[in-house]
Design a protein around this ligand. Sequence first.
Ligand code: SF4
Ligand code: ZN
Length: 311
Amino acid sequence: MKSESVRPTVPKCTFCENPAIVYRKEVNHHLCKTHFIADVELRVISNIEKKTLISDGDRIAIALSGGKDSTALLLLLYRLLPCWNDVHLIAITIDEGIAGYRVETIRSAQRLAHQFDIEHRIISFDDIYGNTLDSLLRGKESQACSICGILRKKALDKGARDVGATKLATGHNLDDEAQSALMNVLRDDLPRLVRNSSTMKSPYFIPRIKPLSDLSEKDIATYLLIQDAWTDLPECPYTHNALRREVRSMLSDLEYRYPGTMLRIMDSKRKIEHYLSGIEITEPLRHCKECGDPSSGEVCQVCLIKRSFSH
Ligand code: SF4
Ligand code: ZN
């Protein structure tokens, strides 16, 4: 008997006649290119509205590293701008001073800001802390990411304040957020688990917003790839936090086998935040006795790091 070759059929988009390029398991939707782009934009706008992340008249500083998440953030916010009145975007790039890595990502950030005609500021660790991350880390490479994170946070706050921003937007995605939530549970760090930097009311902090926090890493990569907005960039040479790496691989495996896992982790985090609202679980904010910045201890983390450099 002659065997007939069976051609795999490409499923059609749930919303039109075009072939689907993506299947969203969580909602059982097959999506073509056009409907996938529309779906991503809709999810971002509903995340922004649900949490009131952006209001008319906001001046939004975008933390633009030049990597894929911040590229998608810029692209999406730029497209969604007509949803609000009088909202202004400014891009801020932090140059930590990491040889063989930052030069290319900064170039990509510059290209993007230029392409969208957005004001762009570059702030270097060298200017703020008097040295590059590479030099500051000598002998402390194993702590690279925690030191870098603390110093970059302060640099971004300073950059956002300098441009008169009312919000500081970062490209954190669902994977990042679910990983951080789980890591805080694993470290038994309840204050950090429930800290919500977008609603923090303090004259010292510019509220941080994460408009992409409902999109997975995969959604963002697909969104960029299908619009030819993907740029291959080198990876930071410092090893990522070992715990995050393990949590990341465990969560992607769980997400694959049980779709919606990461969204459910974030729902649980929100419920815990809700149950604990009004209960003081963090140390009251004081001022660092060395630099005067807000701090939970006598000396802020940045000054503690600076001290360790001078020894
Ligand atoms: Fe900084 Fe670590 Fe990110 Fe490199 S990987 S930029 S050291 S936080
Ligand atoms: Zn379609």
